[in-house]
Unconditional design. Sequence first.
Length: 437
Amino acid sequence: MDKSINFLKSLNIGQNYIILGCSGGPDSMCLLDILCQMKYRIVCAHVNHNIREESKEECEFVKNFCKEKNIVFESLELPKSSNQNEAFYRKRRYDFYKSLAKRYETPYIATAHHGDDLIETVLMRIARGSQLKGYAGFSKLYKEKEYTFIKPLIFYSKEEIDDYDASNDIPFVLDSSNELDLYTRNRFRHNILPFLKSENKKIQEKFLQYSEELDEAALYIKTVVKAELDALYDGTYIDLTKFDKLDTFLGQKVLQAILKGIYEDDVDNLKLFHIKNLMSLIQKKDNFKTDLPLGFKAIREYDKLRFTKEETSNEKFMLELKNKVILPSDDMIETIEDTDDTSNFTTRLNSQDIALPLYVRTRSSGDKMEIKNMHGTKKISDIFIDSKVEPSKRDGYPIVVDSKNRIIWLPGLRKSKFDNEKNKKYDIILKYTKKGK
């Protein structure tokens, strides 16, 4: 087991505990023996899934072995259930391991997965479909937050582990369910692995090489995706002018990375066809709103794409404008004494030309405005389109009107015929300040 020993030495674990997931089977007892021989501080973590009648006996076996060898033993007994799947039990196991890692103040969690397990995992992922990282199976080391998961037996086949156990008189228990073809993994183990091993007795080494190659490719792609993500995503919006420059493959990976962050533990509900459908909609360049799993929506508004679970609420309002008005969006419109600004964020008005008081309201059907230096009127809806105001913000956009309901200013977008130049007569200056500016 030199490869496993050298791998463990390379980690510089020192006096840290290693949390070892130990079922009592040949593989985990092999790893337990190796860790003991290397004088590591071990917490032997056993989970009784309560599925088989012999589960309690297996727990007692591991407990007694640890007592004899003066190894710290911790166990978890799950409630008896007949309708839980493998993913449920895996999560409960790993939650238990993590809780122990916190209690014993160590990052290291070891499991006894070996080369045959890797082959089975890779083949199962290929059969059901996955992503690049998934097709690699699992790594001998990976980090998740503060935890470092290690699989020291990955270099060896099941037969080599059994030979080690026999040569060193390692006691173990056998799980009878491993013989049943009821489970997908067992069907691969019993039907596919023997053929592969007949072709190459060291087939697990080839699969490990394949896995590590994919891992390196996945890591490189992750680095490229991270760089693109930083350039085009601010945590709220995707800048589609930059996103459109990406090729399809990289674009899909960027979307997957963003949505993984949004969905977190629920990311398994998101499938590849959702990503491809989203890519197709983006490439059409039109505004859209489309549903995603678990109530999320993807909304494109011109050159921005955002993800939300709830629609933005744009309540109707009409507020009298005296000295200052704070809008529901936290934007502000106020009267000021003086400014050199001549942009659409300020307007100069003559009180003799308009009917006071002034109001700030949301749009109404048929709203029109006489724009400064233009003949006739223009619909507010058309101004919004020309100015690329996001559709979700139009109903809540502030419009300044006088007491005759004439639109005298569209803050930040257009000035009306009532706006005066600095060298003309005016006695009211209004300023629009957007939140965060």
